[in-house]
Design a protein around this ligand. Structure first.
Ligand code: SAJ
Length: 418
């Protein structure tokens, strides 16, 4: 089939390349012309899509990238995989609306549009379908099909492959569900049909609220166990030996990334809007997770104070600036907040992260240095924020005068854990 995947980021590009590999003619559409230029020459910027795979589908003609909306004419299926950020705590559907309008201009009778971008329950049927109908003059469920299928991209996850991760699918009606399920059955090993788009939209948010709340639980436990004199890490490891009814989460310097700090707030916003009541678990979890960078800085200040080193003028080295273990992505990373708080206290902060690509132009708020023995030894204190595989942990233990280890990976008389 002729497939359009609108949005060629960490969600859209893996889907576009996989759809091309299984035999569809795929157009990867993105409004970012720099991205399209890189894609057109087979240069992948997505961690889980090797450039060699991209070049292969380009060479076969199964995939092409474009920023030109007119190239989308004639699609059988279009998937919307565009960003859904929060703006001042409010869901921003600008990208979804704009994309729906563009697709509406090229929508033909018999075609199908699937939303994959994470949003609150009702987005597909209250926002996307009405725009498609208004722009195209066609009727959803009559002239065209539509539905929602949440993405489950787990960057760097080696255990679950893209096509091996079960895919929830839904439609605005039975015909739409049938077409959408058939499409994804050709790409994923397992599809999970549900009764409607709101169920699928809610399922996605439940997945991420579950993680968000449980991470905040262990984060708060970490801040309380320390003054109680309990090693929360050892206690979590012991709890994790329970073979049922427990999922292991670990404390950290905060919750970053493109999903966890954002998706749950889509749901709490919708509940507040529709029902006029707060989603208390999400609000509490957000408050706990947001204060973890402050807790890291407080622990660091106390440690420096014990060494009679004022924070002001101290030299601090942050190790691991991306948002999670072995990730290359800096979005919403807690390291930025930790650095900001330390700079406000007058510290001289440096950051080291071997996972940040040399051509990553994300503006950091600290000078980047190598994670070298010289830099480690020269710091008054080192903070291990993310325990990337590429860090030389024994070198850090050997050369640091003090380390605040936020991931419980180091040991030694000069090491404290979060
Ligand atoms: N984090 C902790 N403690 C934990 C787990 C995570 O502090 O026990 C922190 C991470 O350091 C990071 C943030 O939370 O800053 C988010 O971590 P994450 O593992 O949830 O990473 P994401 O954002 O890449 O989550 C994605 C999600 N995938 C989708 O939304 C489709 C999530 O649902 C997946 O479960 C997760 O990948 C995964 O398992 O890799």
């Amino acid at each position: 089939m002729d497939v359009v995947v609108a949005g060629q980021g960490y969600v859209g590009l893996p889907l576009a390349v996989r759809a091309a590999e299984v035999g569809h003619r795929v157009i990867g559409y993105d409004v970012d012309t720099d991205r399209v230029t890189r894609l057109a020459v087979g240069d992948s910027y997505v961690q889980d899509v090797a450039s060699s795979r991209l070049r292969a589908v380009l060479a076969s003609g199964a995939y092409s990238a474009t920023a030109t909306a007119d190239a989308l004419a004639g699609f059988d299926i279009a998937v919307i995989a565009v960003p859904t950020p929060l703006r001042d705590g409010v869901p921003d559907l600008t990208c979804i609306r704009s994309c729906a309008r563009t697709l509406g201009e090229h929508l033909r009778p018999g075609a199908t549009v699937v939303l994959e971008s994470t949003s609150y329950p009702g987005t597909t049927e209250e926002v996307v379908v009405p725009i498609l109908e208004k722009v195209s003059g066609l009727k959803g469920g009559v002239d065209f099909q539509a539905g929602f299928s949440p993405e489950r991209i787990a960057p760097g996850n080696k255990r679950w492959s893209f096509e091996g991760t079960p895919k929830v699918v839904s439609g605005i009606d039975a015909t739409s569900l049938g077409v959408i399920r058939s499409f994804y059955d050709g790409i994923f090993q397992t599809t999970v049909p549900v009764s409607g788009t709101r169920v699928a939209e809610m399922a996605k948010l439940i997945e991420n609220v579950f993680r968000f709340v449980n991470i905040s639980l262990v984060n708060e436990m970490a801040t309380l166990a320390k003054p109680l004199g309990v090693d929360v890490w050892e206690a979590i490891d012991a709890a994790a030996t329970k073979p049922f009814g427990f999922t292991r989460f670990t404390p950290g310097p905060g919750v970053g990334g493109h999903c966890l700090p954002i998706d749950p707030l889509f749901l709490s916003w919708k509940i507040q809007q529709e029902l006029g009541v707060p989603f208390r678990f999400v609000e509490l979890a957000d408050a706990v997770n947001r204060q973890m960078p402050d807790y890291v800085v407080r622990r660091l200040a106390e440690a420096l104070d014990r060494q009679h080193i004022p924070v002001k003028g101290s030299r601090i080295l942050l190790l691991g600036l991306t948002y999670k273990y072995n990730a290359t992505d800096l979005r919403n990373s807690p390291s930025a907040r930790v650095a900001e708080l330390l700079i406000d206290l007058g510290a001289e902060v440096r950051g080291a992260d071997p996972n940040i690509a040399d051509d990553d132009d994300t503006k950091l708020n600290v000078p980047r240095v190598d994670a070298s023995a010289v830099e480690v030894a020269a710091a008054d204190a080192v903070v291990l924020l993310m325990d990337h595989t590429r860090f030389d942990l024994p070198m850090i233990e050997e050369n640091a005068s003090y380390v605040l280890d936020c991931r419980n990976r180091l040991s030694g008389p000069n090491v404290e854990t979060l």
